[in-house]
Design a protein around this ligand. Structure first.
Ligand SMILES: [Zn+2]
Ligand SMILES: [Zn+2]
Length: 336
């Protein structure tokens, strides 16, 4: 264990302080999936269908699932949607292997509450790589998840579907099931289509698994992780928030609008993260499209805020957010 002090303005790693320890199961999954993703370099496993499914998967699982389902809807309640549709979006997010809805939302709300302070689960003030992925490989030894959920995600874990994912490994089964579906679809097509064979089925199934599931999971991981690392490190600021959040065009481009992160920290509940006309925000466009067909209502809109007063505004929004979350957890919910 290191006893050297962290440089000014930085925090020592919770692992070196003895507060956290590595979770070897997480290390194996993260390293293992990166190694498996390298199979995309094997020519036998290449198919254009796999490439198209990989790209489409960024959108379906990453943008609709993580950005909209987990982040803008579940974590911030930036709009309302029928419960059945919310669950579809959350299920898409589960297929990105980023943890259960309760854990993702708890970590994210803690991030907003303590952004770039020592209690922030993933501030780059520990290190860039801590913020990018190392924090995910560790667990706080003192953390009691039951009380964390009660405080940070009561509205999420009161839902039977989401609570079930905490109590059993069903979220992992959902991930495994979607991987099997990709393989089975590829195998069936390769075997049964004209000119097909069992060997063609094995090749096409493996191709869709590697490109459409494994490589896509790893790429979406890095895109989501970049929002935690790069957008608290480099970019410009529209608002004088007390954290180090930045608007980073590169991350915004990769993460379908999530890179306008300083805007997001200033007004976390807004359905839109792009606040200027040129801050393109495809996740917001998708929410507007859902609103057009009646699947999204009560969108929280961007407010005109004095950029220098943004901090007070963000703090009051955060407080209102937590209060609304707790009220929501007490109100009976219709399975609309
Ligand atoms: Zn942030
Ligand atoms: Zn957020």
């Amino acid at each position: 264990m290191s006893h050297t002090a962290a440089p000014p303005g930085r925090f020592k790693s919770p692992v070196s302080q003895g507060r956290s320890s590595y979770l070897w199961s997480h290390v194996v999954v993260v390293v293992g999936l990166h190694a498996l993703a390298l199979l995309a370099c094997v020519p036998w496993l290449f198919s254009w269908t796999g490439v198209v499914l990989c790209a489409a998967g960024f959108y379906a699982f990453g943008t609709l699932g993580v950005n909209i389902g987990y982040h803008r809807l579940l974590a911030h309640r930036g709009f309302k949607t029928p419960l059945w549709f919310e669950r579809i979006l959350v299920t898409l997010a589960v297929c990105c292997l980023q943890g259960t809805p309760g854990r993702w939302v708890s970590n994210h709300r803690m991030h907003h509450q303590f952004s770039d302070k020592e209690e922030d689960p993933h501030t780059p003030l520990v290190s860039f790589f801590w913020a990018h992925f190392e924090w995910l490989l560790t667990e706080d030894k003192q953390q009691n998840w039951a009380s964390t959920y009660a405080r940070y995600a009561p509205d999420v874990v009161r839902d039977r579907y989401y609570l079930g994912m905490e109590r059993n490994a069903s979220w992992l089964l959902i991930y495994a099931a979607h991987a099997v579906m990709f393989y089975a679809a590829g195998f069936t097509a390769g075997w049964l289509l004209p000119g097909g064979s069992v060997m063609a089925g094995l090749q096409f199934g493996a191709s869709l698994l590697v490109w459409g599931v494994i490589l896509r999971t790893v790429i979406v991981w890095h895109i989501t992780w970049s929002v935690n690392s790069l957008t608290h490190t480099s970019g410009y600021r529209n608002y004088e928030t007390s954290d180090r959040s930045r608007n980073n065009w590169f991350v915004a481009l990769l993460a379908a609008g999530e890179g306008w992160h300083n805007n997001h920290h200033a007004q976390p509940r807004c359905a839109a993260a792009g606040h200027r006309w040129w801050e393109l925000d495809p996740s917001n466009w998708a929410i507007r499209a859902m609103a057009l067909v009646g699947l999204a209502t009560d969108l929280v809109e961007v407010r005109a805020v004095d950029p220098r007063a943004a901090n007070a505004d963000a703090a009051s929004e955060q407080a209102a957010d937590l209060q609304a979350t707790n009220e929501r957890a007490r109100t009976p919910r219709r399975a609309a």
